[in-house]
Design a binder for this molecule. Structure first.
Ligand SMILES: [Ca+2]
Length: 484
């Protein structure tokens, strides 16, 4: 009896010590989000042409993730998975410009329950309001105007006894690439990634895109400066993420890494080692559980507002990676998933569902309606002349341009890439008999994920999602039906 009491006392002491170790002041949270920026297009991730001093400084002060992924390479589904911890089909916002299912909860609910005030400045691209009841700190157009920054400053500085979570969602470098100083860049001097054809339009458009990335970088610097001026730098967990990839073929609106992979840097003084890097594979749905744990909550006990969690309950699809942040783990996910629907995007194909799964080495992509022609604004509107220039280069014998132009619109049913030897996914191995087992394994994993998500592929693509398109101006051009 004495022995068991002693054991119990020991457990109690250990449990108390653990609770004390996890306790502490709740950090403020500053989340700065880019828009359509390819993950490697900043100095911290290796691009030597684009000027990003603030992103690079943040990386020097925090942890750089090399394998963070969104599951969807377009704006509204990306943001709604990031804020809900739920993958797009399960939360309902899988077409672009669509909304989550009624009742879905977001980080606003979860962090408020932990005592936070939760605000957003800039781009929203979510709905309905009940699922994302952010305090509106400032509307869109935060780039050059003074007033939004006065409002951001006031939000950061008020109510010092209450922790805040502030999302600053920039619209840069989303097309049309008209912000920043393109004249500061010399297109002829650029070192192009091997996935881009070296054409005049590629270089000219990159100059405009880089200029707008520098504009985004300045916004990050401004936000970090306001936190520092308020004396809150040491008590604030700061995140920068690039969102999904560039609006060029094989970037936005695809499941290639150029679309899904994202820059992700976390500074958390006293918790995250400055200047560190992790190769752990993580996804945007893992962020909300991580923030809940950082705020002292228990992500496993949270009701996400939706059924169909991996364990059959109502929890998140994502899992907290706080042990990665604290240097206690260098692995998180074994598999990363992707989903794309062309319904709901401007000039999108009638139905061209794409699903993908990736492990550390291989990427499997399924084109579920591959006989259709893949279309979107890149191919049908071509406002910057890039597509026409690539087609011209292809006709004149540029082999990379020819392959990219052809494969962008006409793809096989299965694609397989070895990311170790082919990081830009240019050499499709799906027809290689030696890869049959890899394909079968990844296809099983993808099937399992789609079942958990309630994703029936083409049939899901054609379901008229309940919920109004979030941008009424685009309504006429979209194929997502609205509420009856
Ligand atoms: Ca975007």
């Amino acid at each position: 009896m004495l022995k068991s009491n002693t054991l119990y006392a020991c457990f109690a002491v250990v449990a108390f010590a653990a609770a004390v170790a996890c306790a502490g002041p709740k950090p403020n949270i500053l989340l700065v989000i880019g828009d359509d920026m390819t993950w490697y297009d900043c100095g911290a991730y290796g691009n030597k042409d684009v000027k990003t001093p603030n992103i690079d400084r943040l990386a020097g002060d925090g942890m750089k993730f090399t394998h963070m992924f969104t599951a969807t390479a377009m704006c509204a589904p990306t943001r709604q998975q990031l804020y809900t911890g739920l993958f797009p089909v399960r939360n309902g916002a899988y077409p672009n410009h669509s909304r989550v299912h009624a009742g879905t909860k977001s980080m606003v609910h979860h962090l408020r329950a932990l005592g936070y005030r939760v605000g957003i400045a800039g781009k929203t691209h979510f709905g309905p309001k009940e699922s994302f009841p952010f305090e509106t700190v400032a509307g869109r157009g935060i780039a050059d105007k003074p007033q939004p920054w006065q409002q951001i400053k006031a939000f950061i500085e008020r109510d010092r006894d209450q922790p805040f979570c502030l999302v600053i969602a920039s619209s840069s470098p989303h097309m049309p690439w008209d912000k920043g100083d393109a004249a500061a860049y010399d297109p002829a001097s650029f070192t192009l990634p091997t996935c881009l054809p070296d054409t005049p339009a590629t270089r000219q458009q990159l100059a405009r895109y880089y200029a707008e990335i520098t504009c985004l970088d300045a916004q990050l610097g401004r936000a970090m400066g306001l936190v520092e001026q308020a004396g809150l730098a040491d008590s604030t967990l700061t995140i920068f993420t690039s969102e999904q990839g560039i609006q060029m073929p094989r970037g936005k609106w695809t499941c290639y890494d150029q679309g899904l992979r994202t820059a992700f840097i976390v500074k958390w003084p006293g918790k995250v080692k400055a200047g560190s890097t992790t190769d752990a594979m993580t996804q945007y749905v893992d962020l909300v559980p991580t923030l809940i744990e950082a705020a002292g909550g228990e992500p496993a006990s949270i009701d996400s507002g939706r059924p169909g969690a991996p364990d059959g309950g109502r929890g998140f699809d994502g899992r907290s990676f706080i042990n990665v942040l604290q240097g206690q783990a260098d692995r998180h996910r074994d598999l990363v998933f992707g989903v794309h629907t062309t319904r709901g995007i401007i000039s999108g194909s009638e139905s061209y569902p794409i699903r993908s799964v990736r492990d550390r080495r291989f990427k499997l992509i399924l084109n579920l309606n591959h006989t259709a022609r893949f279309t979107n604004i890149v191919t049908e509107n071509d406002t910057n002349g890039l597509w026409a220039d690539w087609k011209r280069a292809a006709a004149e014998g540029d082999e990379l341009a020819a392959m990219l132009v052809k494969r962008y619109q006409h793809r096989p049913t299965i694609e397989l890439y070895d990311l170790k030897t082919d990081p830009h996914e240019l050499n499709d191995l799906a027809d290689d008999p030696a890869q049959a087992r890899v394909i079968a394994r990844l296809q099983r994993e993808l099937d399992r994920w789609m079942r958990q998500q309630g994703d029936q592929g083409d049939a899901t693509e054609r379901i008229n999602r309940r919920g109004k398109p979030i941008n009424k101006k685009l309504k006429a051009s979209l194929r997502v039906e609205t509420d009856k």
